[in-house]
Design a protein around this ligand. Structure first.
Ligand code: GLU
Length: 451
């Protein structure tokens, strides 16, 4: 069997941590199985869907490296939904209901007061044609419900294991609103059948929908796919994601947070699985190791601090070739490999490169705590050309001449040269700063140009 999966965001907002995790897990499964990954834009809600969000979703997935094999828009497939609706009406599985939202809410309340579950009582099924005509004359327009069969609904969930519902415990779901617009359930089910989806991967907030979808798929003559429902993410304290964390968008993380795509992939690809979370600079090992059997039912905890740590570890090992496109995009296109290798152990975020670039090129805050020592050091600087050995040659000379060693030798030099007490290896930074700038910083001569 060919694996065919879909990721089905509604373009009514930006992708956030939770739905990107669903996208990634679905994608990893598809690639692991040499399957087909469909990006389906659930854009039937024309009031809330926006083209800008549809574009942003595609940009985010591209940035993460999650390319899709096919793109579909539900707004272009309405004829199929109409045909399925006609089918279900014909077979008596869709029935018109005339209750207003207020009437439904009263029914729910009174059921709860009597200690009964708030299930729709199907009273619309008892309306005869005369009563329906009278309600329509009053100006009421029907919404339409799917008639569930009152029998057990079971499936073996790839994450949750055996799941069992009973149609008798569920409200008949509304498939068409009073304004005539079909709802998510019908379009989703029609497309899952039409695209031959073999596995539906989505959040556990859809588990009850799945029970109804299975009956709808059967009523439409389809075969239900396999299902994998992922537990929803919680925060580090184990509570449901706060509004702030839950709505943390990929755009926020990328543009404001400076997070590397592989940091996000490394974290979200392993969160809630039995595999350890580690920094990956490539997605292939995550594809190779993917298995739904590794996913736990427990709520995985999303900790932004863990994302930051992974990000730093990925940067510390990133080759210049891999870093280059990101550096160029941030406007640091003058940076060369030597500079990158010198500063990468000091980065938490890629943008921190700018901090060390400014220090190498200036201007910096001037520190001359011991001017005589620094003047002597300046006189002892080796002649050009400078290379990786220059720092050692020079500091050996200064040590011999002044008797200073250890911290007393290195700290005043570091402070004079960088304006900071800590930072990248000076052996690597020194040749990048160049002899003229080094002399000026040691002797306190005024900066030329930038530094
Ligand atoms: N558009 C739906 C959502 O974002 C899709 C759910 C599904 O995967 O069926 O919740």
């Amino acid at each position: 069997m060919t694996v065919r999966v879909r990721f089905a965001p509604s373009p009514t907002g930006l992708l956030h941590i939770g739905n990107v995790r669903t996208a990634l897990v679905t994608w990893l499964f598809a690639r692991n199985q040499s399957g087909h990954f469909l990006l389906r834009l659930d854009d039937t809600d024309t009031e809330r869907s926006e083209e800008a969000y549809a574009n942003a979703i595609q940009e985010d997935l591209t940035w993460l490296g999650l390319e899709w094999d096919e793109l579909a828009r539900q707004s272009e497939r309405t004829a199929r939904y109409d045909a399925a609706i006609a089918d279900l009406k014909q077979s008596g599985r869709l029935y018109p209901c005339y209750e207003t939202p207020e009437e439904l809410s009263l029914k729910r309340k009174s059921a709860l007061q009597q200690g009964k579950p708030p299930i729709y009582d199907r009273s619309a099924l008892n309306l005869d044609d005369i009563e329906k005509a009278r309600l329509e004359e009053e100006g009421r327009r029907p919404h339409w419900r799917f008639l569930l069969t009152h029998k057990p609904i079971e499936w073996d969930d790839l994450v949750r294991g055996p799941v069992r519902f009973n149609g008798a415990d569920m409200s008949d779901p509304v498939l068409i609103r009073a304004d005539g617009r079909p709802l998510y359930h019908i379009s989703s089910v029609v497309d899952d059948i039409g695209f031959g989806i073999s596995h539906v991967v989505r959040g556990e907030d859809h588990v009850a929908n799945t029970a109804a979808h299975i009956q709808m798929i059967e009523a439409l003559g389809g075969t239900p796919p396999a299902f994998a429902h992922l537990p929803l993410l919680a925060d580090a304290a184990g509570k449901g994601l706060s509004k702030r964390l839950g709505s943390l968008s990929i755009v926020d993380l990328r543009d404001n947070g400076g997070i590397e795509p592989m940091a996000l992939i490394s974290l979200l690809g392993r969160l809630g699985t039995s595999d350890p979370i580690e920094p990956f600079d490539h997605i292939q090992p995550l594809i190779d190791g993917f298995d739904f059997a590794k996913f736990a039912r427990a709520t995985p905890k999303f900790d932004p601090a863990e994302l930051d740590r992974l990000n730093a570890r990925i940067l510390h090992g990133l080759s210049f070739d891999a870093a280059w496109p990101r550096l160029a995009a941030l406007g640091f296109d003058q940076i060369d490999e030597a500079f990158w290798l010198a500063v990468r152990p000091n980065l938490n975020l890629m943008v921190d490169v700018g901090h060390w670039w400014a220090i190498a090129r200036g201007p910096i805050e001037r520190h001359r705590d011991d001017p005589d020592f620094l003047d002597t050091a300046a006189d002892l600087l080796p002649e050009d050309p400078w290379g990786p050995e220059t720092w050692k040659t020079w500091t050996d000379r200064v040590k011999q001449e002044t008797g200073a060693k250890g911290k007393a030798l290195f700290l005043p030099l570091r402070r004079a040269l960088t304006g900071q007490d800590h930072g990248p290896e000076l052996a690597a930074l020194l040749p990048l700063m160049g002899r003229d700038r080094t002399v000026r910083r040691l002797t306190g001569a005024p900066p030329k140009g930038q530094g």
